[in-house]
Design a protein around this ligand. Structure first.
Ligand code: SF4
Ligand code: SF4
Length: 370
């Protein structure tokens, strides 16, 4: 994969600012038309983790999705917007997410289609481990895949950007099954590297106009960063983003596995930077912290067979705070079925919990504490 990274400064989400920044990125990389040589069916894959308003910086901002969709539609492409959010994957859930995340309006204005087909198919990939990835149908049907991620810290994977965004190509609760087969951070991140290579998006953008630090990917703090990044390589885009946010790529298992296999340089200074001059933030992003994160980094240094039993001993299960409204989303998404909702409140059964943090990601009111 290429190591070129295209940067565009974009101070806010005013439509003109975003359109100009997106246009500069595509001009610098040779124009949107170059991707259409493969075909006219373009799939845009934003981060639509959960039904939340764009201002919360949990999901890809709709202005960026709209600007990219417009650019391709203007060249005669048939554009579809698709993601498999966290939790169940069905048309009802998709409608809620599209509406809340601003995608309905973005799609309508850009002349793009919102995917409502919830089927998927297995795709075999020989990576770190040979396996069949279950992938949502619109991704498989597309000629061109444009990945548009959000720039955030992450409780399990340290950073989430272009590579982790592709986890949303796995349908709904199938994601929970992956967590339960690969509960540890290291195994899970190796799988993410393989999945990224399997999906192999044509171009990856990262929405870094506003990102999230601290307890990401959904419970952190909104951070203004003021740029868009893009690359043919999702690994390179993530490395560039971590560099600009002041995060340490060596703490990202996805990055360390990818660089050890030669998919991306180890350091951002080895990337080829093009486009607007952008500099690292004066106030770096604060990584996801807490007792669990510190224990995880110690456990990661142990041999593989010891990690999961020790995670259960040394990493505390999540706690449910008073904010819980008893919606049951955490219980439905929990891969270990370790959450019950009783008397309008969720309760974690510590013995069953595999410490995957899916509940933390998906709670709409940030009631899960790690
Ligand atoms: S913890 Fe959050 S997701 Fe779970 S039931 Fe309570 S409010 Fe819903
Ligand atoms: S309780 Fe939360 S952290 Fe534990 S297994 Fe269930 S979803 Fe994962």
């Amino acid at each position: 994969m290429e190591n070129r990274v295209f940067a565009a400064s974009c101070p806010d989400y005013r439509p003109e600012e975003v359109r100009q920044a997106v246009a500069r990125i595509f001009e610098a990389c040779g124009g949107a038309g170059r991707f259409l040589k493969k075909g006219r069916r373009v799939l845009i894959k934003p981060n639509l983790l959960l039904a939340r308003e764009p201002e919360a910086a949990t999901t890809t901002h709709p202005e960026i999705v709209e600007a990219v969709a417009e650019l391709f539609a203007a060249q005669g492409a048939a554009v579809t917007i698709a993601d498999s959010p966290g939790g169940p994957y069905n048309p009802l859930m998709l409608s809620r997410v599209y509406r809340q995340c601003g995608m309905e309006q973005a799609a309508r204005r850009a002349g793009a289609r919102l995917n409502r087909d919830c089927s998927s198919s297995p795709v075999h990939f020989d990576g770190y481990k040979p396996r069949d990835f279950e992938i949502i149908r619109p991704v498989l049907q597309a000629d061109v895949v444009i990945n548009i991620a959000k720039m955030k810290t992450h409780m399990l994977t340290y950073f989430t950007g272009a590579v982790k965004n592709l986890y949303g190509t796995v349908p709904g609760l199938q994601k929970a099954a992956y967590h339960s087969h690969m509960p540890g951070q290291q195994e899970f991140c190796r799988m993410l590297v393989d999945l990224c290579r399997c999906v192999h998006p044509d171009f990856s953008l990262i929405d870094g106009v506003e990102g999230m630090d601290g307890r990401g990917p959904s419970g952190g703090r909104v951070r203004k960063a003021g740029f868009l990044l893009a690359s043919e390589s999702p690994f390179a885009a993530d490395l560039a983003a971590m560099h600009l946010c002041g995060l340490n790529p060596e703490r990202s298992p996805v990055h360390t596995f990818a660089s050890a296999q030669g998919f991306v340089p180890a350091e951002a200074k080895r990337l080829e930077w093009l486009g607007d001059p952008v500099v690292p933030l004066a106030e770096p992003f604060v990584p996801a912290a807490g007792r669990s994160r510190r224990s995880e980094s110690v456990i990661n240094r142990l041999p593989g067979g010891l990690r999961q039993p020790l995670r259960r001993v040394f990493i505390a299960p999540p706690r449910v705070s008073e904010r819980c409204i008893g919606c049951g989303r955490c219980a439905r998404a929990c891969p270990a079925h370790a959450i019950v909702v009783q008397n309008g409140k969720a309760r974690v059964q510590p013995g069953g919990c595999i410490r995957c943090y899916c509940c933390h990601e998906l709670c709409p009111v940030r009631a899960i504490e790690i």
